[in-house]
Design a protein around this ligand. Structure first.
Ligand code: SAM
Length: 437
């Protein structure tokens, strides 16, 4: 592919993403699968530019609007070339040749725009905080409630690309073995600071081709997500439910923590997501997992199995505000009504799932949200409704499961990109009162 061809593909993809309600990674995945002729290097270049523009969208649009130009996929690309890469208007002109599979030649209006942009960068002192921080304006009060004075730093960190974190699958080997296997393939990973099972790679990579991944020795998982699974404290021989198991990210970690011993039930209402776990479980050598598709959170199965589990993890559907480093497009699809709906659903899921916990067992409520209404407020409301549960301070559970000092103040787990270099995560660990029978 020529450089022009790559850029034209970026514009095509930006148009597809704008016209579809689906997440950008799904749209891009389907788009590239339908164009097998695009080779690995070209895919990489197209993806880098595409995700870069999605990360910089609010600032690019603000600058275009200031130049009195309506943002469009093509104009966003032209602006990005100048603002992010300092490409000169003349160099941009050379990329717009109008050839087959290339970009249309620059119009007089395009030239005028590029001249206006020339020499500028992506920041401007008049930009409001929400534009600098790349988040919707309406969500600012909610984020400010969560972060106060550190809001700008947190949003800055959330704007950047996330590192690639791997979890070592202890069913297949230890961290030393994984480091050696990755090094043999030319990958220099570093141990993560908090998770004893974590390894970090600096850049985005197509890991599916690596032997350590194909053999199930490592799985891609953010360090925060690993910590959450460790804090669930699932042990060999226990009965454990992963109530919102999705494609199985935490199920895999729980199965490894249980050393494949005991019963692990992975529930979800979404059959398609649950099916995505099949290959991952097989690759990881996880044998103690039974999958269960629920009709809803109050499926009859829940009542029938009331009080029979040692651990129930509720990794609830949430706004995903903590994962904007990975899904920069997701923030623009959120609405206040959507968040209200999620808060209500989380409460219902908790009220139903708690029935599964045996006296003396634990319910772990987790989200990848940064918003207090989905996190602390949700946990407080649950504890107020269920007097038979008490909150266990995360520091104590951290010391017992992960070891050392928990980096969070207060009784909850709260991780964020700026403070911990993880995705944003929240967890409340709650114990059901009464003695086990
Ligand atoms: C945050 S995701 C789970 C991610 C998963 N635990 C992982 O680590 O990969 C939330 C999941 O909740 C599921 N979900 C949504 N509504 C639900 C409900 N009413 N009952 C149970 N699960 C639900 C979604 O299908 C989704 O897979």
């Amino acid at each position: 592919m020529t450089p022009e061809g790559r850029l034209a593909t970026v514009v095509e993809l930006l148009e597809e993403i704008a016209h579809q309600a689906r997440p950008a990674d799904l749209v891009a995945g389907a788009f590239l699968r339908a164009r097998r002729y695009i080779g690995a290097k070209d895919r990489r270049a197209v993806s880098d530019r595409l995700w870069g523009i999605l990360r910089r969208r609010a600032r690019i649009d603000w600058i275009l609007t200031e130049c009195r130009v309506e943002p469009s996929p093509r104009r966003r690309l032209l602006a990005d070339l100048v603002l992010a890469d300092r490409t000169t208007p003349e160099e941009v002109g050379k990329l717009c040749t109008g050839g087959a599979r290339g970009l249309e030649p620059l119009s007089p209006q395009d030239w005028a725009l590029l001249q206006q942009l020339s020499g500028r960068d992506l920041f401007h002192h008049d930009m409001p905080a929400w534009v600098r921080g790349e988040y919707p304006e309406w969500i600012e009060p909610r984020l400010a409630q969560a972060f106060g004075e550190t809001l700008a730093a947190e949003m800055g960190a959330l704007r950047d690309e996330a590192p690639v974190d791997l979890r070592v699958n202890t069913l297949k080997g230890d961290r030393e073995a994984a480091l050696a296997a990755l090094a043999a393939e030319g990958l220099q990973a570093q141990p993560t600071p908090f998770s004893p099972l974590g390894l970090r790679l600096p850049a985005r990579l197509a890991l599916t081709a690596q032997g350590a991944f194909r053999d199930g020795l490592v799985e891609v998982q953010d360090e925060g997500s690993q910590l959450l699974a460790l804090l669930t404290d699932a042990r060999a021989g226990q009965a454990v439910v992963d109530f919102c198991a999705g494609a199985g990210g935490k199920t895999l970690a729980l199965a490894a923590a249980m050393q494949n011993k005991g019963r692990l039930i992975a529930c979800d209402v979404n059959q398609r997501r649950a099916e995505q776990a099949t290959l991952r479980l097989r690759r990881a050598g996880a044998h103690n997992v039974t999958r269960r598709i629920l009709e809803s959170e109050s499926d009859k199965w829940v009542k029938r199995h009331g009080g029979s589990f040692d651990r129930v993890l509720v990794d609830a559907p949430c706004s995903g505000t903590g994962t904007w480093r990975r899904n920069p497009d997701a923030k623009w699809r959120l609405t206040p009504e959507g968040i209200d709906h999620l808060v209500e659903l989380q409460g219902k899921i908790l009220d139903s799932a708690q029935r599964l916990v045996r006296p003396g067992g634990r319910l772990v409520y987790a989200t990848c949200s940064l918003l207090a209404e989905e996190d602390e407020r949700q946990a407080e409301a649950f504890l107020a409704r269920h007097e038979d549960y008490r909150l266990l301070p995360v520091g104590e559970i951290w010391a017992a499961t992960i070891g050392g000092e928990c980096p969070c103040d207060g009784p909850y787990l709260r991780l964020s990109p700026a403070s911990n270099n993880t995705d944003g995560f929240f967890a409340a660990i709650m114990e059901r009162q009464g003695s086990a029978v």
